[in-house]
Design a binder for this molecule. Sequence first.
Ligand code: IMP
Length: 445
Amino acid sequence: MSGEHERARGGGMPATVIVGLQWGDEGKGKATDFLSEQVRWVVRYQGGDNAGHTIMLGPEVFKLHLVPSGVLYPHIVPLIGPGVVVNPMTLIAELDGLAERGVDTSRVRVSHAAHVIMPYHVAEDRASEARLGGAGIGTTRRGIGPAYADRALRVGLRMEDLLDARALRAKLERLVPDKNARLVRLGSEGAPLAVDALVESALGWGERLRGQIADTTTLVQDALRAGDHVLFEGAQGTLLDLDHGSYPYVTSSNPVAGGACTGGGVGPLQVTAVIGIMKAYTTRVGAGPYPTELTDEIGEGIATRGHEYGTTTGRRRRVGWFDAVPLRYAVDVNSVSSIILNKLDILSGIDSIRLCVAYEIDGRRVERWPASGEEVARAVPIYETFPGWSEEIHTARTPGDLPPNARSYVAALASLAGVPITLVSVGPERTQTVTFDSRPLAAGR
Ligand code: IMP
């Protein structure tokens, strides 16, 4: 068990954030699952149904987009915080799907202040991506950006509005004509949206979710006061962060650990551990600069072995070597206390493994993550090469079970990160995990 786990059990470190250190899809679902025995609450704090968490429980595979993965454990209360944008149709479908498989979803609570993704947001996302063609962001087309834009413009609907027929109608009567005009301008070919139909659908969602809409911030604060361990589960990753990623090729929320404060309802000084999750290589979905991208057969092999296809969109993820330049940035900006490394097993069989330690940009060696996406686009990776290993490592459970070359690679990553790697995942099952390092948190982290 790592330091975090021990402290969590002792009640001394009750608020842990799990954050992706790359472009999402780092395997946060498995990490949450692994920690679930020690936590009582799991809180989603940003994003929406653009996310996809895959959890394997024995032979069963669960793919969740919105409901926190803690739902699979009867002792956990799953919360959807105010920083999440909620498509009620997805939420209801997911709750129904889980219930059909015998999972009790009655504990799930969604913040009254979470914004609602309405059908016009999905239409706007689709139309604007279609209009931009190849110059688009490559969004998941789930209406995420438009819903967050309306939130910032203060014209969005919140979950609480689904329970108030009069307020709901008044807001939609003001908003829908503008939305229809905007959709026409964007070239959307769908029929104009009708206020009556939207009101009827939205009230139906409210009726279905009435018992589950709550003040989740108060629930979080009461839980912390009671000494319960609360886990804040980030979606996407640091490099897709609206402020810290390679803008504009980012999502419209803050996946970084600080997002747990604003979107989950916890104060910065209440957060006691930040666990960064990363894969032994990188992937990226959608457009945007990607210095270590592999477009050859090695990349193809990693994508196939690693099942690198989007949980939400089914798109083949772009694949590349590990990049330590954004890693250092991600460790700092999230104040990462320890790291879980996933999918080390996928690199088995590669003769020599490359690891990007710096960039060359306009003839200069650069070790810091460039502030501008354009600079990232001009970056040429500077690699260190590590000898690979040929054997499968799925059955490794201790560092000594790993081939020496795999251990050296993990050690190099930990040293570049500057924080301990505590767990290394060598397969999708919960048990396929190597406990690597249980050193206490480094001072100052
Ligand atoms: P949006 O979040 O749908 O607006 O998409 C913005 C960018 O974030 C696109 O490049 C998406 O591919 C990417 N993205 C959004 N959610 C995820 C995720 O869960 N995993 C990986 N990439 C994501």
